[in-house]
Design a protein around this ligand. Structure first.
Ligand code: DQA
Length: 137
């Protein structure tokens, strides 16, 4: 199975910023763990702080079986990313490391959930693995 893990804005700061919320593992360490977990699958990783580049990555992902997307704060207001997800056939699972529903009100709104296959949040770095596993069910 070919899986694409996309991380959006500020996720490159994982392991450095707000460790009490997002944990102390860097994005590279998390990605290594994902590669080890999905040893029989092909995993690709993309991170960008730029909304348009994330849209382009989504548009170019038709050949993947699934996309695991943590769009970061773009989740809450990016209609561009929402439209990019809606424009492709590849299913997308929305992911958050933190439980966005137990935090500030603005995080309770996602403009991308409606066009995603499902949503996983609140399991720290394991949210990515749970989302990847969902494509195998
Ligand atoms: C996040 C939650 C978002 O609200 C926040 O802006 C992030 C990370 C998460 O993984 O919990 O940058 O997507």
């Amino acid at each position: 199975m070919k899986l694409l893990f996309i991380n959006g804005v500020n996720l490159n700061m994982t392991g450095i910023r707000e460790k009490d919320v997002y944990g102390s593992h860097t994005l590279d360490e998390i990605n290594c763990e994902i590669v080890n977990h999905f040893a029989d699958d092909e995993c690709e990783f993309y991170q960008s702080n730029n909304e348009g580049d994330i849209c382009t990555a989504i548009q170019c992902a038709e050949h993947f079986d699934g996309i695991i997307l943590n769009a970061g704060a773009y989740t809450h207001y990016s209609y561009a990313i929402r439209d990019a997800i809606a424009s492709i056939k590849t299913p997308v699972v929305e992911v958050h490391m933190s439980n966005v529903h137990s935090r500030e009100d603005f995080r309770k709104t996602s403009v991308i959930s409606e066009v995603c296959k499902g949503v996983i949040c609140g399991f720290g770095k394991n949210s990515y693995i749970l989302a990847g596993e969902s494509f195998k069910l």
